[in-house]
Design a protein around this ligand. Structure first.
Ligand code: OSB
Ligand code: MG
Length: 381
């Protein structure tokens, strides 16, 4: 199937969060998301049919989680990525499987590239009447649901929040930590809730000089510690891994399949958090899944507070067999009172794998109207 991209619409939305979300790099009260609406025409089979695909970019407003940020993503899309797509489709049409190659000469910007590829893949799958799960060859009909718990003001508040998520049925708890707010809250959760699947995420807040404090977390029998050190510190993660009993999982550091392969080869991580939006797209995410599976490294699917669009696509990806650890795939209501799409629901500790055509449900026009704060149309020349 070949598409022609007639126009890309860049939508910015602001969704209020049900409660503030605090990590080692900051507190969010709302989710600002950049969504891409690809208006395409099918060129070969069913030629002339117009199909719309949607992509969700995981970049945040500020470059604190990664170097990318929403205004920068918009700039690189408008000035560099979309012009390359428009130029190349004149020669040989456009497919989701080849757009990565078209964009490869532009260095970096995996979040921007991921969103563009996602919108085209959604259009292509809708045109073909194929669900993302079927495209991937996913056979399971649901995936277990984990929840990421932000840093709380006090240990009693943390215990109340975690207790509530466990009552709702979440299968695994991830606690955000930062220096000084690590051993005590993690120990308190372990003590209060016993043998639950528990892991922590530092979002790069430590240095190798903190190894002694991190070693104290070994007492809590955690599934893993996620991204203790900075994005670029692969070698230092390898040094730290030799000093900890708790397995190291990398998030921020893994921006491509090549980086994942390097991390495993160096011993910087034994587990990878695959976030499609961070690694350059769902197709690169599958390549990372495949290489980790072949190397015997466990993976799980991370999240970036996605709306129902990205959340449904993540749940389908997490149905691949190498995703042996529970992902950050919670119901929409973990973050949003009202989602842009019909909500993704968690039932009995699981989220269903969607089987309708495309990657996820499209935003509802009324919700886009309500939460949209601006849009820009970029037409094919
Ligand atoms: O490090 O996994 C992270 C959210 C925003 C930025 C970074 C991270 C997160 C989360 C939330 O932990 C996971 C989710 O979407 O459920
Ligand atoms: Mg993380």
């Amino acid at each position: 199937m070949t598409l022609h991209l007639d126009a890309m619409v860049l939508h910015v939305v602001r969704l209020p969060l049900v409660s503030p979300f605090t990590t080692s790099f900051g507190t969010e009260d709302e989710k600002v998301a950049l969504l891409l609406e690809a208006r395409t025409t099918v060129l070969d089979e069913g030629a002339g049919r117009e199909v719309t695909g949607w992509g969700e970019c995981v970049a945040m407003v500020d470059p604190l989680y990664s170097s990318e940020y929403i205004a920068g993503v918009r700039g690189v899309l408008v000035d560099h990525l979309l012009p390359r797509v428009f130029a190349s489709q004149r020669e040989r049409g456009l497919t989701a499987e080849t757009v990565g190659e078209v964009l490869a000469p532009v260095i970096g910007h995996p979040m921007a590239k991921a969103a563009l590829e996602m919108a085209l893949l959604d259009a292509q799958l809708r045109a073909a009447g194929t669900s993302f799960a079927d495209y991937l060859g996913v056979t399971v009909d649901r995936v277990p649901s984990g929840v990421s718990v932000g840093i709380q003001d006090s240990v009693p508040e943390l215990l109340a929040v975690v207790g509530d998520y466990l009552d709702q049925g979440y299968r695994r708890i991830k606690l955000k930590i930062r220096p000084g707010l690590d051993v005590e809250p993690t120990g308190a959760v372990r003590e209060r809730f016993g043998d639950i699947p528990l892991q922590v995420d530092a979002n790069a807040a430590y240095t190798l000089a903190d190894a002694a404090a991190l070693r104290r977390l070994d007492a809590f029998d955690l599934l893993l510690i996620e991204q203790p050190l900075a994005e670029d510190d692969l070698r230092q993660h390898a040094v730290l891994a030799r000093q900890l009993a708790t397995p190291i999982c990398l998030d921020e550091s893994v921006v491509s399949a090549a980086r994942a392969a390097d991390a495993l080869a160096l011993g910087a991580a034994s587990i990878i958090n695959i976030k499609p939006g961070r690694v350059g797209g769902y197709l690169e995410a599958r390549r990372i899944h495949d290489l980790c599976r072949a190397s015997g490294a466990a993976v799980w699917c991370g999240g970036m507070l996605e709306t129902g669009l990205g959340r449904a696509a993540n749940a389908a990806l997490a149905g691949l067999p190498g995703f042996t650890l529970t992902g950050d795939i919670s119901g929409s209501d973990r973050f949003y009172a009202v989602d842009l799409t019909p909500p993704v629901v968690m039932v009995d500790g699981h989220v269903a794998v969607r089987r309708e055509p495309g990657l996820g449900d499209h935003p509802e026009p009324a919700r886009l109207e309500e939460f949209g704060v601006g849009s820009q149309v970029v037409e094919a020349p």
